[in-house]
Write a protein that binds this ligand. Structure first.
Ligand SMILES: C[C@H](O)[C@@H](O)[C@@H](O)[C@H](O)C(=O)O
Ligand SMILES: [Mg+2]
Length: 434
């Protein structure tokens, strides 16, 4: 193990003016600027760990400040002293009593913790010269379990059960790894269906995505039901009855309103309805799930921690788990949710509508398939076609599938020129204001 010592943390405010063309828009978020609170862990040896947390513009500065507040938990430490007991590190970072008060394990402080945790994993994977998914795949079940924060979830999943899940498909793991390397992980596209796009643009983008080999498409709904119906009809016209159509309401409906709206949209055969109501309303999701069945409910991009996911699963409230790589507290907490989902038999289709999220989640889903779920049934990974050019190792999509990244790390390092150009508010991209 390398003696890498972390000597400092840089926290950067990086924003992309996506609101100018309404890419990323939905019923709740009409004009997002895809942004990153970006952390760089510097080491004496010159190898850096990179991590980011995703926001949609204003408020990014709060996450940047929170990254600075958390940096004493990594500065001065060697990588080895962290990786020797990853769970202990995670508890220390998320458990400082005074900082925990402004969470706990939720909101700005948890988003910032995720940036740092993910930067540590990036550094670890780089030190081992492996892409993050492979670092995880090469661990023993015991080593993986040692990274998982089990506090608050042992009533749903014990470490022994987690070990059992990780061991049960051991014999076929190599075959799944080979399959991933050959075929990649199936993706769906959200890029055709942003709410602010005109009907013509939606049509055009659907055609392009069909030609690129996509089989699953997501549309935004929830601003106006008549618009939703019209857009669903035109997307169905473009993609045909055989391809899947998901609908994402981004939390705008009340519970009964959600049920009525999904019933109205049912004629377009939605594969799932996403974020139908408040992300914290576990029982509301359960009620919706029951009422709109067999259409399934998906949620998770705003699910703040493993505890809420536990409850959603225990309550039978979700049919798809859309965990977010940096809304949860980084890789450690993601592992907890992947394992719970395996126990409850819920497919994980991570959230990736944001900057850098596709880069992150490809590692998580590939690992999930090889090591945890061992299944591709009902699993499809979100893809948005924005801002990949700013990453040193951008995602590679072939025929509608994510091809496994090969470069060491978590694929989240941004190009230095992009960090400079989109620095907020001083970078050239922001000259003249927002
Ligand atoms: C504001 C963002 O683009 C969201 O609309 C996006 O994350 C979306 O919910 C998604 O599912 O990708
Ligand atoms: Mg969504």
């Amino acid at each position: 193990m390398s003696p890498l010592r972390i000597t400092g943390v840089e926290a950067l405010d990086v924003r992309f003016p996506t609101s100018r063309d309404l890419s990323g828009s939905d019923a709740m978020n009409p004009a997002p600027d895809y942004s990153a609170a970006y952390a760089v862990l510097r080491t004496e040896e010159g190898l850096d760990g990179h991590g980011l947390t995703f926001t949609i513009g204003r408020g990014n500065e709060l996450c940047v400040a929170a990254i600075r507040s958390l940096s004493p938990f990594v500065v001065g430490r060697t990588l080895e002293s962290i990786t020797r007991d990853m769970a202990a590190f995670w508890y220390a970072l998320t458990g400082d009593s005074q900082l925990r008060w402004v969470g706990p394990e939720k909101g700005v402080i948890h988003l910032a913790a995720a940036a740092i945790v993910n930067a540590v994993w990036d550094l670890w994977a780089k030190a081992e010269a492996k892409p993050l998914w492979k670092l995880l795949v090469d661990m023993t079940p015991e080593q993986i379990v040692a990274c998982v924060p089990f506090r608050y979830i042992t009533d749903a999943l014990t470490p022994e059960e987690a070990l059992e899940i990780l061991r049960r498909n051991e014999g076929t793991r190599a075959a799944r790894e080979a399959r991933m390397l050959k075929e990649g992980y199936p993706a769906y596209t959200t890029s055709a269906g942003w709410l602010g796009y005109t009907d013509e643009r939606v049509r055009e983008l659907c055609r392009e995505a069909v030609a690129q080999g996509f089989t699953h498409f997501k549309q935004k709904v929830g601003a106006d039901i008549e618009d939703d119906v019209r857009r669903a009809a035109l997307i169905r016209e473009e993609i045909g009855a055989g391809r899947k159509l998901m609908m994402d309401a981004n939390q705008v409906w009340d519970v009964e309103e959600a049920i009525a709206s999904v019933r109205r949209l049912a004629e377009f055969d939605p594969y799932w309805v996403e974020e139908p109501t408040s992300p914290d309303d576990v029982l509301g999701h359960a009620r919706i799930a029951e009422a709109v069945s067999p259409i399934r409910v998906a949620t998770g991009e705003h699910c703040q921690n493993r505890v809420v996911f536990k409850q959603l699963m225990q309550a039978g409230a979700i049919g798809f788990c859309q965990l977010d790589a940096c809304r949860l507290g980084g890789v450690n907490e993601v592992l907890a949710v992947l394992l719970m989902a395996a126990k409850f038999g819920i497919p994980v289709c991570p959230h990736a509508g944001g900057v850098g999220l596709c880069e992150y989640v490809q590692h998580l889903s590939i690992f999930d398939y090889i090591y945890v779920s061992a299944s591709l049934e009902d699993r499809v990974l979100e893809y948005v076609d924005h801002l990949h050019e700013h990453f040193v190792e951008p995602v590679r999509i072939e025929n509608g599938r994510y091809m496994p990244p090969q470069a060491p790390g978590y694929s989240i390092e941004m190009r230095p020129e992009s960090l400079q150009e989109f620095a907020y508010p001083s970078g050239p991209a922001w000259e003249g204001g927002a």
